[in-house]
Design a protein around this ligand. Structure first.
Ligand SMILES: Nc1ncnc2c1ncn2[C@@H]1O[C@H](COP(=O)(O)OP(=O)(O)OP(=O)(O)O)[C@@H](O)[C@H]1O
Ligand SMILES: [Mg+2]
Length: 471
C-alpha cells in the first residue's frame, strides 16, 4: 500500500511539475519572440529615420515586468549577398552573420527565426526579415538578435529547484503513504488479533464492529455472523454427543446389570437362557440406535448420494400400508390409503419407505383402538404432498415445535418411552430435506395429528384414476 500510494502520488507531482516547466519554457520563448518582433519593428522605423547611415548602440529590450534584468538587443543590416552593411557595435563578436544561401531561402512574407550559439557559447534568438522599402536598391535584410543567456540561467535554476521539490515530494509521499497504510491496517490487525484468540471454548467472543471504519464494519459483521453460525453448530454437535452418550448409557447399564445379577450365583440353564434373551433384545436396540445415528450423521454431511428413481407414490403407499396392516388391526386401528393413481415422484424408494414407516409407527403408537390412520397423496404445483393423519392423542402446542429435534420425546417420563429413542421424526425430516422437500406437522390434543411431506418435481400422469383404498 505504501509503495503504491507513494508511486501514484509521486507520479502526479511529476506530471504536474513537468507540465508547469514546459509551459514556462514555452512562455519564455514566445515572450522573447514577441520582444524581438517589437524590436525588429522599432529598428526598421529607426533605420528609416536615420536614412540608413548608422545604428544606435545595443538597445535594452527588457519587458516592463522584469526591471532587474536588461536584455541586450543587437541589430544588423545586410544586403542580398549576405554582406553586412551595418550592425550594432559588438554584434559581430556575438552572433555570426547568416550565409547568403540562408538569406535567399527566407520567405519575404515571413520573418525567419534562428537560434544560434555565440562564440562564447551563449544562446541567441534572432529574427531576420527583408526591409520592405529597400527593394529599389536591391534586397536588404535586417536581423535583430537577443541574448537568451539569462533565460537559460533562470530555467536552469528552476530545474534545480524542481529536482529538489521532486526529491522531497518522493520522501513525503512515501511517509504519508506509510502513515495512511498503517492507520488503515490497524483495525484489520485488531480483527486478526481477535480472530487468532477464538478457540472452541471462546466461540462466544465477537469482533466489536462499532468504532471500525465503514469499509471494515461489513467485514466484522460478516465474520461475527460466521461465528454465530459456528457457535450454534458447535452447541448442536456437543448437545448431540451428550444425547448419544445418554441414550447409550441406559441400555448398556441394563445389560451390565442383568449380566452382573446372572453371574452373582450359579443358575439353571433356563435362567441363563432368559438373561441371554433379554441381553439380545438390548443389543438389538443398541444396534438399531447406532444405525439410526449413523444414518443421521451421513445425512448431515450428505456423503451418501440418493438412489432416485421414478416412484408411483400411490402404489408405494399401498405397499407400505399393507406392511403395517397386521400391526394396525392388532391395535384395533383402521388404516386407509387414498391416492390418485399415476402420481409419480423422483424418490429414493428405500428412504421414502423408511420415512412413511416412521410416521405410521408414530400414528399407530398414539392412536387408541377404534381410531383411524389415513395415508393420502395429492399432486399440485408445489410437488407431491403426502399426509399421514391419525385420530390419536395429539401433541400439546409447547411440544409441537420440538418434535423434529433429535432425541426429543414428548412422553420422556412415560413408561415404555425408553423403547423409543426420539429419532423417528428427525429421520423423517432428514430424508425429506435430502430430497429437497419440506415437512410440516399439525396437531390438536385429543383430536389427532397430521404430518405433511412435500416432495418437489411431481410427475402427474395425464389421466387421474379413481382413489385407491386399502383398509
Ligand atoms: N402421531 C403422533 N401423535 C402423537 N404424538 C406423536 C406423534 N408422532 C410423534 N409424536 C410425539 O413426538 C415425539 C417424537 O417422535 P419421534 O418419532 O421422533 O420419536 P419416538 O417415536 O419417541 O422414537 P423413535 O421414533 O425414535 O422410536 C414422540 O415422543 C411422540 O410423543
Ligand atoms: Mg417414532
Amino acid at each position: 500500500m505504501t509503495v503504491w500510494y507513494a508511486l501514484s502520488a509521486f507520479a502526479m507531482v511529476l506530471v504536474a511539475t513537468s507540465l508547469l516547466y514546459f509551459v514556462l519554457v514555452n512562455g519564455m520563448y514566445r515572450e522573447d519572440q514577441r520582444d524581438l518582433a517589437d524590436n525588429l519593428q522599432n529598428a526598421i522605423l529607426l533605420l528609416g529615420a536615420s536614412h540608413g547611415t548608422e545604428l544606435p548602440g545595443p538597445v535594452s529590450g527588457q519587458p516592463a515586468h522584469a526591471p532587474q534584468h536588461r536584455t541586450d538587443i543587437y541589430v544588423r543590416v545586410m544586403n542580398g549577398d549576405g554582406r553586412t552593411l551595418m550592425q550594432t557595435p559588438g554584434m559581430a563578436g556575438q552572433v555570426r552573420a547568416p550565409a547568403k544561401s540562408e538569406l535567399l531561402a527566407i520567405d519575404p512574407r515571413h520573418r525567419e527565426v534562428r537560434q544560434v550559439l555565440s562564440r562564447t557559447g551563449e544562446p541567441f534568438l534572432t529574427l531576420i526579415a527583408p526591409i520592405p522599402a529597400a527593394r529599389a536598391n536591391g534586397a536588404r535584410f535586417i536581423e535583430v538578435a537577443m541574448d537568451r543567456a539569462h533565460d537559460e540561467y533562470l530555467l536552469a535554476r528552476y530545474r534545480e529547484r524542481l529536482w529538489l521539490v521532486l526529491g522531497s515530494s518522493l520522501v513525503l509521499c512515501s511517509l504519508v503513504g506509510y502513515l495512511i497504510a498503517r492507520s488503515g491496517m490497524r483495525p484489520i490487525e485488531g480483527i486478526s488479533r481477535k480472530a487468532e484468540l477464538i478457540r472452541a471454548t471462546t466461540l462466544h467472543e465477537r469482533i466489536p464492529a462499532h468504532g471500525l471504519p465503514a469499509e471494515l464494519r461489513g467485514l466484522a459483521e460478516t465474520f461475527n455472523g460466521m461465528l454465530d453460525r459456528l457457535e450454534q453448530s458447535f452447541r448442536h454437535v456437543s448437545q448431540f454427543s451428550d444425547d448419544v452418550a445418554h441414550e447409550l448409557r441406559t441400555p448398556i447399564n441394563n445389560l451390565r446389570g442383568e449380566i452382573e445379577v446372572a453371574l452373582g450365583k450359579a443358575r439353571s440353564q433356563e435362567d441363563y437362557r432368559e438373561v441371554l434373551g433379554s441381553c439380545f433384545e438390548e443389543c438389538t436396540r443398541i444396534s438399531r440406535l447406532i444405525r439410526t445415528l449413523l444414518f443421521l450423521a451421513r445425512s448431515d454431511t450428505a456423503s451418501d448420494a440418493l438412489q432416485r428413481e421414478t416412484v408411483d407414490v400411490g402404489e408405494a403407499l399401498a405397499t407400505i400400508g399393507a406392511f403395517y396392516e397386521a400391526a394396525a388391526s392388532e391395535a384395533g386401528v383402521f388404516l386407509r390409503v387414498a391416492s390418485a393413481a399415476g402420481l409419480c415422484a423422483e424418490l429414493d424408494r428405500t428412504l421414502f419407505q423408511q420415512a412413511i414407516g416412521n410416521l405410521i409407527s408414530n400414528a399407530l403408537a398414539h392412536t387408541p383402538a377404534g381410531g383411524s390412520v389415513e395415508l393420502a397423496a395429492v399432486g399440485g404445483a408445489q410437488g407431491v404432498r403426502i399426509s399421514v393423519r391419525d385420530t390419536g392423542c395429539g401433541i400439546a402446542p409447547d411440544h409441537l415445535p420440538h418434535v423434529f429435534e433429535r432425541f426429543y420425546r414428548v412422553e420422556q417420563a412415560r413408561t415404555g418411552s425408553e423403547q423409543n429413542a426420539g429419532l423417528g421424526l428427525a429421520v423423517v425430516k432428514s430424508i425429506v430435506t435430502r430430497h429437497g422437500g419440506e415437512v410440516a406437522i399439525e396437531s390438536s390434543v385429543g383430536k389427532g395429528t397430521e404430518v405433511r411431506l412435500t416432495f418437489p418435481q411431481p410427475r402427474i400422469a395425464p389421466a387421474a384414476g379413481p382413489a385407491l383404498t386399502i383398509s
